[in-house]
Design a protein around this ligand. Structure first.
Ligand code: UD1
Length: 419
C-alpha cells in the first residue's frame, strides 16, 4: 500500500490538463451494455474505479479494446451474461449502474448489492422503485438484486423521493429500451446526466430534458454503436483550483468546462481569488490568505458534496470562520479528525462543521478515509509546515488521475512511497 509524502510550503503555478470525468465515464461504460454494437469512448481517465468497471464489463462477457491512452472500444455482444457478482460489485457502488441496462436488454439481471459505504448508508431503493414502475419484478435476496420482466420494460412516470444521480442514470438507461414513454420527475441535474443523455442519443435513444429535473425518454426497439468523448472532470478541476487558492498560486486548468463549475468558482471568488476563464480553461490567481467561506452542499447546480472536503481544507488556513452544512451524505466528515491532527480547528455538530481558520498547519501522519477526503489531506499537506505522510492513498487513485505527477508539474513537492 502506497503513501504520499508531501513537503508543504510551495506556491503552485503553471498549467494542468483536466482528465475525463470519472463520474461521467462510469455510467457511460455501463450504457455500452445496451447494444451488441461497438461503442467507442474517448477521454476515459485512467483510474482505479474505471478499471473496476472495465473488469466488471469483461466479467459480464463484453470485449474491451484499448485503442490508445484514454480511448476504449466496448462490444457487449450476445455472449454477455446478466450476472454481476459480489467480488467486483463490492469494490465500487457505481457497479449498480449495470442493473438498468442488463435488465432492459436481456429481460433479467442479477447484480450484487453494493453494500454500505464509508460516507453513508447509500441505499439503492430509488433504483429499485423506478425499475418496478417500469414493470420489472425486483427481489432482493441473499445480497443480490434480482430483476426480471416478461417481454420488455414499459414506459412509466417515475417520481424520485430525492434527486439521485445513480438512480436517474440507471432509469434513463433502462427506459431507453422500454416500450413507450418514461417521465423521470425530480431527476438529478448533474452534468454527468447530460453526458449520459448525449451518449444514449448518439446510440439512437430519444432522451429529452437531461439537465432539468424532468427527463422524457421515448423507448426504442434497439440501440446502435457510436463514438463519444467523456465530459471533463469538474471535481478534479475544482480541486486543483482550491490548491492554487490555498498556496496563493496562479494555476490554469486546461480542457475543462467553467460553466459546470459556477458554484465552486463563486465561492473561490468569495475567498478572495481572481478567476478568469475561456470556453475550455479556468485560471485562478491568489495573492493573499483566503477568507473563510460558508456553504451548504446541494444537488447541481448548487455547491457539490464532492467539493466539501477540499473547501474545508481551505477554510482551515483561512482568515475567519466558515460554516459548512453537508446535506447529501450523513457521514461525510471523516476527514475532520485527520485535518485536526494537522493543527486545524474544526468542530462538528450533526450535519454542520464550523471551521476556525488557523495561521498555519503542521505536518503529521494522516490517513485517507475516502476519495474526496484524501484530496482534502493532500491540500492541507501542501500548506502545512514540514513533511506530511498520507496513508491509504489508494482512495485517491480511485478518482484523481496521476495526482502526484500533476501536482509536481505545478511545483508541489510530492512523492509516492511504499507505506
Ligand atoms: C454520485 C457520485 C458521487 C456524488 C453523488 C452526489 C458517481 C459515480 N458518484 O453518487 O461522487 O457524491 O452522486 O452528487 O457518480 N439515495 C437513497 N436511495 C437511492 C439512491 C440514493 O437514499 O436509491 C441517497 C444517498 O444515500 C445519498 C443521496 O441519495 O444520500 C444522493 O445519492 P446519489 O445522488 O444517488 O449518489 P450516487 O449516484 O451514489
Amino acid at each position: 500500500m502506497d503513501k504520499l509524502v508531501i513537503t508543504g510550503g510551495q506556491r503552485l503555478s503553471g498549467e494542468v490538463r483536466i482528465s475525463g470525468s470519472k463520474n461521467a465515464a462510469l455510467p457511460l461504460l455501463a450504457a455500452t451494455l445496451l447494444t451488441a454494437d461497438t461503442v467507442r469512448l474517448h477521454n476515459i481517465p485512467q483510474l482505479q474505479d474505471i478499471s473496476t468497471m472495465v473488469q466488471l464489463l469483461g466479467q459480464l462477457g463484453a470485449d474491451i479494446l484499448v485503442n490508445e491512452t484514454c480511448s476504449l472500444d466496448v462490444t457487449s455482444g450476445e455472449a454477455v451474461q446478466a450476472f454481476a457478482p459480489y467480488e467486483l460489485v463490492r469494490r465500487m457502488r457505481a457497479s449498480i449502474l449495470v442493473l438498468g441496462p442488463l435488465l432492459a436488454r436481456f429481460g433479467e439481471a442479477r447484480v450484487s448489492l453494493p453494500g454500505g459505504c464509508a460516507i453513508g448508508s447509500r441505499p439503492v431503493d430509488q433504483h429499485i422503485l423506478g425499475l418496478r414502475a417500469l414493470g420489472a419484478e425486483v427481489e432482493v435476496e441473499s445480497g443480490y438484486v434480482h430483476a426480471r420482466v416478461q417481454g420488455r420494460l414499459r414506459g412509466a412516470r417515475v417520481l424520485f423521493d430525492m434527486a439521485t444521480v445513480g438512480g436517474t442514470e440507471n432509469l434513463m438507461m433502462a427506459a431507453a429500451l422500454a416500450q413507450g414513454e418514461t417521465v423521470l420527475e425530480n431527476a438529478a441535474r448533474e452534468p454527468e446526466i447530460v453526458d449520459l443523455a448525449l451518449l444514449l442519443n448518439g446510440m439512437g435513444a430519444r432522451v429529452d430534458g437531461a439537465g432539468s429535473d424532468c427527463i422524457h425518454i421515448t423507448g426504442v426497439d434497439r440501440l446502435h454503436g457510436c463514438e463519444h468523448r467523456v465530459v471533463s472532470d469538474r471535481i478534479e478541476a475544482g480541486s486543483y483550483l482550491v490548491a492554487a487558492a490555498m498556496t496563493r498560486g496562479d494555476v490554469v486548468c486546461r480542457d475543462t468546462d467553467p460553466s459546470l463549475l459556477e458554484a465552486v468558482l463563486r465561492k473561490l471568488q468569495e475567498a478572495g481569488a481572481e478567476v478568469s476563464h475561456g470556453v475550455d480553461w479556468v485560471r485562478l490567481q491568489m495573492s493573499a490568505r483566503p477568507r473563510a467561506v460558508s456553504f451548504r452542499t446541494q444537488p447541481f447546480p448548487a455547491f457539490p458534496t464532492d467539493m466539501q472536503a477540499q473547501f474545508m481544507a481551505m477554510n482551515c488556513i483561512a482568515e475567519g470562520t466558515g460554516s459548512i452544512i453537508e446535506t447529501i451524505f450523513e457521514n461525510r466528515y471523516m476527514h475532520v479528525q485527520e485535518l485536526n491532527r494537522l493543527g486545524a480547528s474544526i468542530v462538528v455538530d450533526g450535519h454542520t462543521a464550523i471551521v476556525h481558520g488557523v495561521d498555519a498547519l503542521q505536518s503529521a501522519p494522516v490517513m485517507a478515509t475516502d476519495l474526496r477526503a484524501s484530496m482534502s489531506l493532500v491540500l492541507a499537506a501542501l500548506v502545512a509546515q514540514g513533511e506530511t505522510h498520507i496513508h491509504r492513498i489508494y482512495h485517491i487513485d480511485r478518482g484523481y488521475e496521476r495526482v502526484e505527477e500533476k501536482l509536481r508539474q505545478l511545483g508541489a513537492q510530492v512523492l509516492r512511497a511504499p507505506a
